[in-house]
Ligand binder design. Structure first.
Ligand SMILES: *[C@@H]1O[C@H](CO)[C@@H](O)[C@H](O)[C@H]1NC(C)=O
Ligand SMILES: *[C@@H]1O[C@H](CO)[C@@H](O)[C@H](O)[C@H]1NC(C)=O
Length: 328
């Protein structure tokens, strides 16, 4: 094939990618996603300096995750407007806290997002309880008495209030009970020295009763616009991990088939991409793309004739926090 034909094939691939490629982000019932959200929060909570004497372990909450999903789905660059309304974000927590990360979908992962919030600790002076700027996100992550967390990530083709950010990951975490009241986030002291009757596990106060997973079968935020599963007849419903009705099915339907066929097509295109890469880039890398995304970035890089980085970098990692109770 001549170079003109290759270019045509690559351009076709690019066009198809632009229309079809969309990351498949985990749902709020995806166990690895749940584990990662909880793990990363607890990892940061046990790292605080100075050390915390009363830091509770966080566990997952399905209702907080539904609130996070309902807001993430809106693809708007601002805090959840229902946070200030009692019981609008959770059936039993009167108020909940929130952190938001929004950025290019290519660079999203839970660890990156939560560490972006945590790294704002550099603006906070614990002993004086003073803040230079943007401490709320950090303070919510390490708020000792917030013991429940629920997060959701949504792919947004565009983001309202945010010109220039397309194809973004919108990641929202909600916390119960809410933090960011005008006190220090935790009490300083040897880890676990103020856990009262809780157990101490790896510097965190652990209480199985408090952390129990509740499925909240029939609770959804009133303002959630996405279709709800039908009410569950019995309280002892399926385990929390079962996707509710209305969620994507697991069998391969026609959509899934077309995705498979497209993946096959891109496998071929990726071979073209590597070939092109070798011919057009000095810094030759024998790089086997393992996903649509990587295929796309190689193709793009190759078409643009860039050398060096193998991933496009048009990232705008930004965070928002609902400052419900600002430091004075
Ligand atoms: C907090 O501020 C005090 C007074 O300015 C200072 O002595 C102390 O080192 C600061 N602590 C940190 C962790 O920056
Ligand atoms: C993207 O670019 C920014 C600055 O332009 C840089 O700080 C960041 O490390 C880059 N990220 C990646 C994944 O290359």
């Amino acid at each position: 094939m001549g170079p003109g034909l290759w270019a045509a094939v690559l351009a076709l691939g690019l066009g198809l990618e632009a229309v079809w490629a969309q990351p498949i982000f985990p749902s709020i019932t995806n166990r690895p996603f749940i584990r990662e959200c909880v793990r990363v929060h607890n990892e940061f909570r046990r790292q605080v300096v100075p050390s915390a004497s009363n830091m509770r372990q966080m566990s997952w909450d399905a209702a907080l995750a539904r609130t996070a999903r309902a807001w993430a789905n809106k693809c708007v660059f601002k805090s959840n407007t229902y946070l200030s309304k009692r019981y609008q974000c959770h059936p039993t927590f009167e108020f909940v806290g929130e952190n938001i990360w929004i950025g290019s979908y290519q660079i999203f992962d839970v660890q990156t997002a939560v560490s972006t919030w945590y790294k704002n600790n550099i603006f906070y002076n614990f002993s004086l309880h003073t803040c230079i700027k943007n401490c709320d996100r950090y303070i919510q992550v390490v708020w000792a008495t917030s013991y429940k967390v629920g997060c959701a990530v949504h792919f947004c083709h565009t983001v309202e209030n945010f010109q220039g950010l397309d194809r973004a990951a919108h990641f929202v975490c909600n916390y119960g009970p809410a933090g960011n009241y005008p006190t220090k986030p935790y009490e300083e002291g040897p880890p676990c020295s103020r856990c009262s009757n809780d157990k101490c596990v790896d510097k965190l106060c652990v209480n199985a009763g408090r952390e129990k997973l509740i499925s909240y079968d029939n609770w959804y935020p009133d303002w959630d616009t996405q279709p709800r599963p039908p009410p569950r007849p019995r309280p002892s419903g399926p385990p929390a991990d079962t996707p509710p009705a209305g969620q994507p099915r697991s069998s391969c339907d026609s959509y899934c088939l077309s995705v498979l066929i497209l993946r096959l097509l891109f496998l071929v295109l990726s071979a073209a991409g590597i070939d092109c890469w070798r011919h057009h880039v000095d810094n030759t890398l024998l790089y086997i793309p393992t996903s649509l995304l990587e295929t796309w970035s190689i193709t793009k890089t190759c078409l643009k004739g860039h050398s060096g980085s193998k991933r496009s970098n048009n990232s705008f990692p930004l965070t928002l926090n609902y400052p419900n109770h600002n430091l004075s």
